[in-house]
Design a protein around this ligand. Structure first.
Ligand SMILES: [Zn+2]
Length: 79
């Protein structure tokens, strides 16, 4: 099966993501900020809201990977 793994506009890797609204998997180019369907047809641009969600997820990920031990530290002598 031919999938739109790479963006035709910039050659960047596209990321598949299931969308409830469209009921299908859309492929996002994070550089061009647009989605194509399985046929490599541009469906729409990434919305500001979606951009914010991705940004927030990235920040959360960075926070948890930067401080993985903080949560794991056991408090001694507390009971
Ligand atoms: Zn692109």
């Amino acid at each position: 099966m031919d999938m739109p793994l790479f963006c035709k506009q910039c050659g960047n890797r596209r990321l598949p993501e299931y969308h409830e609204v469209e009921k299908t998997t859309l492929w996002l180019c994070t550089k061009c900020k647009n989605f194509v369907d399985m046929e490599d047809i541009i469906i729409r641009d990434q919305t500001d809201e979606e951009r914010e969600i991705v940004k927030r997820k990235q920040e959360e990920f960075e926070n948890t990977t930067n401080f993985p031990k903080a949560k794991l530290n056991r408090r001694k002598g507390v009971n």
